[in-house]
Design a protein. Structure first.
Length: 78
């Protein structure tokens, strides 16, 4: 059981998500591919920003899986 006022955060940043987007983007004109990937990258950056804000507020991450997700978030280009 978690101590009071602790929030368990599970972030899923997988390669499967990026592969799915790449497969969707292969069909269609170049502009559609660029905008779809740009949208996906923006979603990832938004998730990373939300996680960063939560961690600065003192949210504790539970489990190794979430730590791996945070390491991916730290390495995202800005």
């Amino acid at each position: 059981m978690l101590p009071p006022f602790t929030v368990a955060v599970a972030v899923t940043l997988t390669d499967a998500d990026s592969m799915r987007w790449k497969q969707r983007c292969r069909v269609g004109p170049m502009e559609a591919r660029r905008s779809a990937m740009a949208g996906f990258e923006q979603q990832v950056k938004d998730r990373a920003h939300e996680l960063k804000v939560l961690l600065k507020k003192g949210v504790k991450i539970v489990g190794e899986y979430s730590k791996k997700g945070w390491n991916k978030v730290k390495n995202i280009k800005r």
